[in-house]
Design a protein around this ligand. Sequence first.
Ligand code: ZN
Length: 77
Amino acid sequence: MKTRRFCPHCGRPLLKSRIKGYAFQCYCCDADFYKSEVYRKKHLERVKNIRKTTLQWEIEAGCHRHGIHKPYPRLKM
Ligand SMILES: [Zn+2]
């Protein structure tokens, strides 16, 4: 489900949160966000910058497993 909101930490698209009280969730950062915390389409330039940093960091750390343009896959329990 596309939310058109972006993670303020990694810049990836967010999914709807399953936790009551929160609006969005990032499975990459394992974090939940309120509506006011996340970036929207109008912040896309800032989001792109965050993505660049994320990508660099993940490549350096050797943990780049998923693209930054799709929501991080939900972990299967
Ligand atoms: Zn994130």
